[in-house]
Design a binder for this molecule. Structure first.
Ligand SMILES: [Zn+2]
Length: 274
């Protein structure tokens, strides 16, 4: 069981959410991620968060995690818990492959960073009171669910609809001017800085400077889906060596399973080389 501090910007029943206690990811979660591989990322993230968060700590006591509570968290707090889950299961180091956005270049580069860099990156001091005056509130999981399907077809319309929802407008934001939209976007960034993690990169081939954003839900889903072969190998080696049953192996925290797997594969390699 682990714990992560949250921004205090999420509110459930009028109470500020200060932190989340969560369980470790296990093989069962990886199997569920594989079954969920084609759905909307936001739906995957909500299901995973509701399953892994044990309690949410508020200034009025503890709340159980539920789908509704997870949807009430700000986008930034959701990203924070997803990254903390990722670090607890697969470690701190992130090795990302990023493609240069210049189509004539298209070079693929490594971007090595850590989850801690993202979690503890610069956070602006709370200024929600200023923005309350302007009537802007942070994006929540509910908002992300509401625009997710639209975002696939028309990302700009989705941004406008989010801006409309977060400023309490009863339209879809189509009539917001470019200046109004930019003001809402910068207010949202200041209110909930962890909602989006952007990497500033330079292409080693063509020198282009560009930014690439990280979606923690999608990152985690890809990793959980990619480790299925490792899961099968783990079950085979642990069941045949330790005589553990499949159910227990599937419930092992991923970080512990990986430690056993290293020991077992080293032992296999040693016996093959002799
Ligand atoms: Zn390039």
């Amino acid at each position: 069981m682990s714990d992560v501090s949250l921004s205090g910007r999420s509110r459930i029943g009028g109470k500020q959410v200060r932190g989340a206690e969560f369980r470790d990811l296990a093989g069962n979660d990886e199997l569920a991620a594989r079954a969920d591989a084609d759905g909307l990322t936001v739906e995957f993230a909500t299901r995973l968060l509701a399953s892994c968060i044990l309690t949410l700590r508020t200034d009025g006591g503890e709340l159980p995690a539920s789908s509704d509570h997870v949807r009430a968290l700000t986008a930034g707090d959701r990203e924070t818990v997803l990254l903390a889950l990722r670090r607890a299961a697969y470690g701190d180091r992130l090795d990302l492959l990023v493609t240069c956005p210049d189509v004539t270049c298209g070079a693929i580069m490594d971007a090595a960073l850590t989850v801690s860099d993202l979690l503890h990156g610069p956070i602006k001091s709370p200024t929600s009171r200023d923005f309350d005056g302007a009537g802007v509130r942070p994006v929540t999981g509910d908002d992300l669910h509401a625009v997710a399907a639209l975002a696939l077809d028309d990302p700009e319309a989705a941004v406008r609809r989010l801006a409309a929802r977060c400023t309490g407008r009863d339209d879809d934001g189509a009539t917001l001017t470019a200046d109004e939209l930019a003001a809402v976007e910068s207010a949202l960034e200041a209110l909930d800085p962890h909602a989006e993690h952007e990497l500033v990169l330079g292409c080693p081939e063509c020198d282009l400077a560009f930014t690439s954003s990280i979606d923690a839900g999608e990152l985690l889903r890809q990793e959980m889906t990619a480790s299925i072969t490792e899961l099968d190998v783990s079950v085979h080696l642990m069941a045949s060596t330790y005589h553990w049953c499949e159910r227990d192996i599937m419930a092992l925290p991923i970080i512990r399973r990986r430690r056993y797997l290293r020991v077992l594969t080293d032992a296999v390699a040693t016996s093959v080389s002799h």
